[in-house]
Design a binder for this molecule. Structure first.
Ligand SMILES: N[C@@H](CCC(=O)N[C@@H](CS)C(=O)NCC(=O)O)C(=O)O
Length: 209
């Protein structure tokens, strides 16, 4: 049996959507960051880094959205990743970029103390993070031009990951509605029953007006 550990509204929404779209049976547990539940001794046994998502499978625990999403597609839902090697490499490249650039830019806004010890530079780090994150959202908007889904005609696990950042942009008050391609794609995402179920379970800001 699979078990997903997630936090509502966190980057783990990507894996949550991937699992729900895959149709695989899974159990899940929500952790509250407000209560620091990602740092309890019980959870640190699951993921010693104290981060979500973590997916417990028969053989142990898988962490990192990119790895979890690739695992889900490979094992349960091959239609959620491209079969062609070049297209598959492009899907992985997008998820790697989400993980190593887009997500850390957002982290600068909420957790500047992770990038500097001098509190005098925190406001600067927040401002630069916000600017860089906004630029990333604009780049995603450009990538979606003329496409139905992130990779083109076929929905994939990359789509669930891209939705995380639209929600975060909305949360911090960036003018996401101005991003025409990204917003139209977000509306297509919200029309998918599996996506809607996950967002309702997580009480996502994406469902608010
Ligand atoms: N690159 C990792 C990032 C994991 C990560 O940083 N998750 C955040 C939530 S978005 C977390 O668990 N934060 C808890 C904390 O920092 O205490 C992935 O994609 O899985």
């Amino acid at each position: 049996m699979l078990k997903l550990y997630f936090a509502p509204g966190a980057c783990s929404t990507a894996s949550h959507i991937g699992l729900e779209e895959s149709g695989a049976a899974y159990d899940s547990q929500a952790l509250s960051f407000a209560k620091s539940e990602q740092r309890t001794p019980e959870y640190l046994k699951v993921n010693p880094r104290g981060r979500v998502p973590a997916l417990v499978v028969d053989e142990g625990t898988i962490v990192e959205n990119t790895a979890i999403l690739d695992y889900i597609a490979t094992k349960y839902a091959p239609h959620l990743m491209p079969k062609d090697p070049v297209q598959r490499a492009r899907a992985l490249a997008l998820m790697a970029w989400f993980s190593n650039a887009v997500h850390p830019n957002f982290t600068h806004i909420g957790r500047p103390e992770r990038f500097a010890t001098d509190a005098a530079v925190f406001d600067h780090l927040k401002a630069v993070g916000r600017e860089n994150f906004h630029a990333n959202l604009k780049e995603i908007d450009g990538l979606l031009a003329g496409k139905t889904w992130m990779l083109g005609d076929d929905f994939s696990v990359v789509d669930g990951y891209a939705l995380v950042f639209y929600g975060w942009g909305k949360r911090i008050g960036l003018p996401v509605a101005e991003l025409a391609n990204y917003t139209a794609w977000k509306d297509r995402m919200l029309a998918r029953p599996a996506v809607k179920r996950v967002l309702e379970r997580e009480q996502s800001i994406l469902l608010a007006a």
